[in-house]
Design a protein around this ligand. Structure first.
Ligand SMILES: Nc1ncnc2c1ncn2[C@@H]1O[C@H](COP(=O)(O)OP(=O)(O)OP(=O)(O)O)[C@@H](O)[C@H]1O
Ligand SMILES: [Mg+2]
Length: 346
């Protein structure tokens, strides 16, 4: 079983052998936080407390298993919101102790990577091949990681300021498109006919990213065009956005996608990997997926969109690998709000 409560999704899942999904229950708080234009940590913790028992119960029921069928309980121990993480970790500890099941702590970012190993019943298993290059593009992170084997990671680059998902969220908020920004920007961008030109921060000679300059350029352009709506919540219908909003959204998305794809492909060539893996919420973006598939020098693997955003099946899949190595946690396991993905390259 996997349990995930690091941000605004309360999730539990049952996965067999780290690949086969038997259940994947996700209770999203997104509508609650949308009122405030972003995640409110205290509200998130309280919602997790309300949701965690029904979510875990449903995950067991949908999988048609009982506690005695489970070989381990994996839970996200970081990174994330401290109060939110604590709900999942304490639940997992109680269940593991009460039912005599091994407890495994999982790094949420490593979990995102393992979404690439998951399949539904009846689907062929196509396990990624090592060495591979993982782009983790999410709400809080943009990491480029070389993976040479299970649990063998080297952090090649990361964002120096905003994460890609964070930039989507901020730009959407400024333009009155609501929260979360990624899906609504994608929808609005599709209706753009002449994408607004925006600069790209290439940071040549490094595998790092930077999105705050782009974000500022978009906000400035939106202001010049009179389409700034900070603080007013969602006020534009994404089905019928004004042409200028659609063009700014399209130009912004194009710039983010261009940088993510170009830098990932460059690193894939340099490190001679056999495959590129996408993960994290931004990997749900259709434009990113198709551009990466088109331009990658090696085969691309990306999870279905529902497994790109936060879920517990990926935590179970990752926890399974740790369990195979005998990496169980003690009862004094803590939460680690700033847990990094991996050591940086020398
Ligand atoms: N279709 C999409 N296009 C672009 N961005 C998207 C899309 N769908 C979701 N996102 C973005 O993905 C982010 C959410 O992803 P995820 O759930 O992995 O982040 P998180 O768990 O909050 O952060 P982290 O994983 O870094 O701790 C949000 O910033 C959201 O705007
Ligand atoms: Mg996440």
């Amino acid at each position: 079983m996997g349990i995930e409560t690091s941000c605004d999704e309360t999730a539990a899942a049952v996965v067999e052998n780290g690949v086969l999904i038997h259940s994947n229950v996700i209770s999203s708080q997104v509508e609650i936080h949308a009122r405030y234009g972003g995640v409110v940590p205290e509200v998130a913790s309280r919602q997790h407390i309300l949701q965690i028992v029904p979510v875990v119960t449903l995950a067991l029921e949908e999988a048609g298993v009982t506690w005695s069928d489970l070989e381990g309980i994996a839970v996200t121990k970081g990174p994330g919101l401290a109060g939110a993480l604590l709900v999942g970790v304490n639940m997992a500890k109680a269940l593991a102790l009460g039912h005599g099941i091994p407890l495994v702590g999982v790094n949420h970012l490593e979990g995102h990577v393992y979404a690439n190993w998951l399949v539904d019943a009846g689907q062929d298993v196509q396990e990624p091949e090592f060495p591979c290059l993982c782009l983790i593009a999410s709400g809080g992170h943009t990491d480029l990681v070389l993976m040479k084997g299970h649990g063998d990671y080297t952090l090649l680059g990361r964002t120096r300021d905003d994460a890609a998902g964070e930039a989507f969220d901020k730009v959407a908020r400024v333009m009155g498109l609501g929260y979360p920004g990624g899906p609504v920007i994608e929808r609005v961008a599709r209706q753009g006919t002449s994408p607004h030109p925006f600069p790209r921060a290439w940071l040549r000679g490094t595998d790092d990213f930077s999105f705050s300059g782009l974000k500022t350029a978009v906000i400035r352009a939106a202001r010049d065009l009179g389409i700034v709506a900070e603080g007013e919540g969602a006020r534009i219908d994404p089905a019928q956005p004004p042409a200028q909003v659609a063009d700014v959204a399209a130009g912004f998305q194009e710039a983010v996608v261009d940088v993510l794809v170009e830098k990932t492909c460059h690193a894939a060539r340099r490190w001679e990997v056999g495959q590129v893996l996408l993960s994290g919420g931004v990997a749900a973006n259709g434009s990113l997926r198709s551009a990466m598939a088109r331009r990658s020098p090696v085969p691309l693997h990306c999870p279905p969109p529902i497994l790109c955003t936060d879920n517990a099946a990926m935590i179970a899949a990752c926890g399974y690998r740790h369990l195979l190595k005998g990496e169980e946690e003690d009862w004094d396991m803590e939460v680690y709000p700033n847990l990094p993905m991996a050591p940086a390259v020398a």
